[in-house]
Structure formats: structure tokens, C-alpha cells
Write a protein that binds this ligand. Structure first.
Ligand SMILES: Cc1cc2nc3c(=O)[nH]c(=O)nc-3n(C[C@H](O)[C@H](O)[C@H](O)COP(=O)(O)OP(=O)(O)OC[C@H]3O[C@@H](n4cnc5c(N)ncnc54)[C@H](O)[C@@H]3O)c2cc1C
Length: 396
């Protein structure tokens, strides 16, 4: 039997950041994941736009200073509607939102997940009170009033005051704790990859709506001296699969058309990865001695950079709670506060992002016109526009 203060299942971005946060605060932490660090890094070609509150939190953990030279500020968000145009390659309407209208800082900073994973692994390795067990899964969970026990695939059992389930959208720990989930499948998939282009992005993140879902270009630092962006291309499942398998030259032509050619011809400079799009929310985000964070608690379509940013808000809340009530680690009193304080923000964002995605999928002319009309008119009203922008920035 191994004893610790905090056991974390899952060393994805959420679990790793939680491990660092608790261990930096002086807690003994064990974190386990069935994959090795390099497996995970190789498979993830996504980037994450860290919004202002997330950047501040990562600064306090000493993470930001290790990646900031590679973080690309996002100063303008552009939304383009290209639906109903002949080839889908012409701009029907567009709107720009400048972060300077609501803040002195950029909307967010875009960082490659592979880079963040490397930085977190290094920082965890430097913590003497944090042990990372690779190649090890959590397979069972039992809780008592004062502790919980987690059985590992290695045959060992860990006894901890607090167990954190960060084992992803199909979480075993969530299931063992009897917490049910509500899932909505959109029938879509997202391709994620990196490109280079001849026209500089000028720190503008652009979301192009047609049908099937948004096509989003997010600025990256130059790649081998050429302007570069990350792309998330959402489409219905079958079309996405075809795009995934398409010969590269043909794929480059297709994506340049879908981008309305705003940055010139796009050249693929990474592998393509494919992600199923769902929204999902756990009925509750804790049970006795167990807290759910990250995609174990909530999954949203990749629109408006909400997914991991919500997870960082979960982790920050739990860490602040531990600082405020150090004798209450893992107690029902503390975890009940986590539920009460986080759940309404989580529900609001899951519903909001899912609705935006539903509108964005529609190939229906009437819905497309409402979308264009809504964008045009909603954002004429300064107070609505500013509040929407602040919510999008991750503020509650
Ligand atoms: C295309 C795309 C773009 C995105 N862009 C953004 C963005 O710009 N901004 C943003 O905020 N969010 C974004 N997101 C969302 C974000 O990527 C996810 O929220 C985040 O990666 C999920 O991290 P996680 O640690 O919660 O889950 P995961 O990454 O799924 O990690 C779960 C971990 O648990 C491990 N595991 C599984 N089972 C067990 C077990 N039994 N025991 C122990 N470990 C286990 C897995 O191996 C895995 O490492 C995007 C998502 C997609 C699909």
C-alpha cells in the first residue's frame, strides 16, 4: 500500500497541471497514466489558446516562464461567414473583435500542446514530492470517510486523502464512483494540424463559418522562417474522415478554398489528427474523497477556446480551497464547495458552446441568415458585445 495526500488519475494537460499545483503547495502527490509521456506528445498535434485567467494561473505555478517565448498572442478575433457563396470560398460577411476594446492584454496566447506537455513533464520531474507513474492505470476506486483507495494496474493500491479523476472523457474513476454523465454527439469530427502561409497572420485568430462546423486559424510563431498557424477544421464525420485520408496536395487545395484564401495558399507542416466532437457533462463533479476535473467533468466542442481553460478554473478553485482550508483536504465540506462554486459556470459554458456549434453546423439557409443577422446586430450593442467578449475571455 502506497500512501499520499493527493492521487491523480490521468497525466493529460489537466492532470499534470493539477499535480504541479498541489505539489508546489507542499502536498505529496502521485499521478498515474497508462501512456508514456512521449506517446502522448506524439499523438497530440493540437494547440491551446490560454485565456487571460489561465495564463495568470500558469504564471503562479512557474509554468508560463518556461513556454512564453513560444506562446503567440491573439489580439484580434475575426469571424467570417462564407455560407451560401458559390464554392464556399467567398466572404459573405465578417466581423472583427479587438482585445484592446476590453483589456490591455491579448485575448489569449496560443501554445502547442506538445510543447506544454514537455514543459509540465520537466517541472513535475523537478518536484521531489510528486511521483509520475507512467504505464500505470487506475482500475478501481473505493472511498471511506477519511480516505480513498485506488487500485492500480500494477497491482499496487494507493491510499489518499483526495483522489482527482483527470482520466478523460471515458473516465474509469467517474464510473466506479457511480457518477453519470449526459453526452450529446454532433456527428462531427475535428481535424487538427499546422500550416504555413505566405501572408502574415498579424496575431489575428479567424473562425470561418460555412456548414459542417467552423474552420479556425489560430496564429503560431513562424515555422522555419515562414508565417504559421494551427488549424481546427470541423466537418461532419464522413467528410472529416475523407479529408484525413486525402492525398496532401489535394488536401492543401481544399483547405485553401475553405480558408477563403485569406492567408494565401496553405501548406501542411504537421501530421493531421482527428478528434470526435461531443459535449458532455457529469451530473456532479465530486463524490466522497473524489473530485472530477477537465474532460472527466466536462467536454465541449473546440469553439472559443473554452475546454482546457475551464479545466484550469477547476484546478485553481481546488488549489485555492486547499490553501484556505488546509485541514479539509478531500473532505465532503471542501468538495461540496467545489461543486457549488464551479457547476453553474461549467453548465453555462457547455450549453453556450454546444449551441454555438449547433448553429455553426447548419447548412440551412434560414439558420445561416439568422447567424449573419445575429452577428451583425448583436455586436452593434456595445454592452452585449463587451460582456460576451469578457465571458469569452474566461472571466466569470
Ligand atoms: C481540436 C481541439 C482543439 C482544442 N483547442 C482548445 C483551445 O484552444 N483551448 C482550450 O481551452 N481547449 C481546447 N481544446 C480542449 C482541450 O484540448 C482538452 O480540454 C484537453 O486536452 C483535455 O485534457 P484532459 O487532461 O482533461 O484530458 P485528456 O487529454 O483526455 O487526458 C486524460 C488522460 O488520462 C489518461 N487515462 C485514461 N484512462 C486512465 C486510467 N484508467 N488511469 C489513469 N489515467 C488514465 C489518458 O491516457 C490521458 O493521458 C481543444 C480540443 C480539441 C479536440
Amino acid at each position: 500500500m502506497i500512501e499520499t495526500d493527493v492521487f491523480i488519475a490521468g497525466a493529460g494537460l489537466a492532470g499534470s497541471i493539477a499535480a504541479l499545483s498541489y505539489s508546489k503547495a507542499g502536498r505529496n502527490v502521485i499521478i498515474a497514466d497508462p501512456f508514456t509521456h512521449s506517446d502522448n506528445t506524439k499523438l497530440d498535434y493540437r494547440t491551446t489558446a490560454y485565456l487571460q485567467p489561465s495564463k495568470l494561473f500558469l504564471e503562479t505555478l512557474g509554468v508560463w516562464e518556461t513556454i512564453e517565448d513560444f506562446a503567440m498572442p491573439l489580439e484580434v478575433m475575426k469571424i467570417i461567414d462564407s455560407s451560401g457563396t458559390q464554392e464556399g470560398d467567398k466572404i459573405k460577411s465578417q466581423k472583427e473583435f479587438k482585445s484592446a476594446e476590453v483589456s490591455d492584454l491579448p485575448f489569449g496566447w496560443n501554445v502547442k500542446n506538445s510543447l506544454m506537455r514537455k514543459a509540465l513533464k520537466h517541472l513535475i520531474d523537478c518536484q521531489i514530492n510528486c511521483e509520475l507513474m507512467n504505464g500505470t492505470s487506475a482500475v478501481d476506486f473505493v472511498s471511506r470517510d477519511s480516505v480513498a483507495y485506488v487500485k492500480l494496474s500494477s497491482g499496487n493500491t494507493v491510499k489518499a486523502k483526495l483522489v482527482i479523476a483527470a482520466d478523460g472523457r471515458n473516465s474509469i474513476l467517474r464510473e466506479k464512483a457511480g457518477i453519470s454523465i449526459k453526452t450529446h454527439r454532433f456527428g462531427q469530427k475535428a481535424l487538427a494540424f499546422a500550416v504555413t502561409h505566405s501572408i502574415p497572420h498579424k496575431n489575428i485568430s479567424t473562425e470561418i463559418h460555412n456548414s459542417g462546423g467552423p474552420f479556425t486559424l489560430v496564429p503560431l510563431p513562424d515555422y522555419e522562417g515562414t508565417p504559421s498557424s494551427a488549424i481546427v477544421w470541423m466537418e461532419n464525420g464522413e467528410k472529416a474522415k475523407k479529408l484525413m485520408e486525402m492525398e496532401i496536395k489535394k488536401f492543401e487545395i481544399e483547405m485553401t478554398i475553405r480558408s477563403c484564401n485569406i492567408l494565401g495558399p496553405l501548406k501542411l507542416v504537421s501530421n493531421r489528427s482527428l478528434w470526435p466532437i461531443i459535449s458532455q457533462i457529469a451530473d456532479r463533479i465530486y463524490s466522497q474523497r473524489l473530485a472530477l476535473i477537465g474532460e472527466t467533468a466536462h467536454v465541449v466542442p473546440p469553439i472559443g477556446a473554452q475546454g482546457l481553460n475551464m479545466s484550469l478554473a477547476d484546478i485553481k478553485f481546488l488549489s485555492d480551497l486547499d490553501k484556505k482550508y488546509p485541514d479539509e483536504l478531500g473532505t465532503t465540506y471542501a468538495l461540496d464547495q467545489y461543486q457549488k462554486s464551479r457547476i453553474s459556470d461549467i453548465r453555462k459554458r457547455v450549453i453556450g458552446v454546444s449551441t454555438l456549434n449547433q448553429i455553426s453546423i447548419s447548412g440551412n439557409k434560414a439558420v445561416q441568415n439568422i447567424r449573419a443577422f445575429g452577428l451583425e446586430n448583436l455586436f452593434q450593442i456595445a454592452s452585449i458585445k463587451n460582456n460576451a467578449m469578457k465571458l469569452g475571455l474566461g472571466y466569470r
